[in-house]
Design a protein. Sequence first.
Length: 198
Amino acid sequence: MPVLPIHNGANTPENLPLGKLIVLTGPSGVGKGTLMQTLLQRHPELYYSVSVTTRSPRTGEINGKNYDFTSRSQFEQLVAQGEFLEWAEFAGNYYGTPRAAVLEHIQSGTLVVLEIELEGARQIRASYPNALSIFILPPSFSELEKRIRGRGQDSEEAIARRLGRALEEIQAADEFDIQIVNDDFETALHEIETILFT
Ligand code: ADP
Ligand code: 5GP
């Protein structure tokens, strides 16, 4: 079993056995969740890692499917126990990837996809340099704002935090192996499918 990170920061690079690890990142509202959902419907053989978060569920979100929703104290306990492959604080909430399930799937040869924010993606890249990282860009910043508002699920405060963070994230897009603009949904999805399956 490789030595794995339990905190934000520098990690020991590790090679990935067998399966591939794909990291999907992009600003809030760019369409990552919608892309992932369609991708999973079309390719049920993929393993999507369900993250743990301290954020409150949005309308329609299901515990155990969209996220494992938990308290801050429980999350901090999981961090202390080394249960996360990576974790980060985003817009006032914690998010983390449970490491055991991800490693088991990679070791059994499965294509594993993580949909995570920038800091977590950096941790994964440091630990697993042969993971493939994809950054999803919006066609414009105004379109991004329109999508976040159109989703109708975030408070004004949450929207402001997410848009502020979006600028920082977009500036880091070049760090990723591949950049995809989610303008036309089907085109973006097809680009991801091509990367994953060819
Ligand atoms: P994220 O998971 O990146 O925060 P979501 O998947 O929740 O983003 O998408 C935010 C909103 O944008 C949703 O209402 C979704 O339907 C919409 N959306 C996603 N992709 C596109 C697209 N290519 N064109 C227009 N709207 C889109
Ligand atoms: P949201 O609250 O909109 O669902 O997610 C906010 C941000 O957290 C998104 O950029 C999403 O990709 C990211 N995120 C979701 N799960 C994880 C995780 O396990 N780790 C990290 N680092 N980010 C995550």
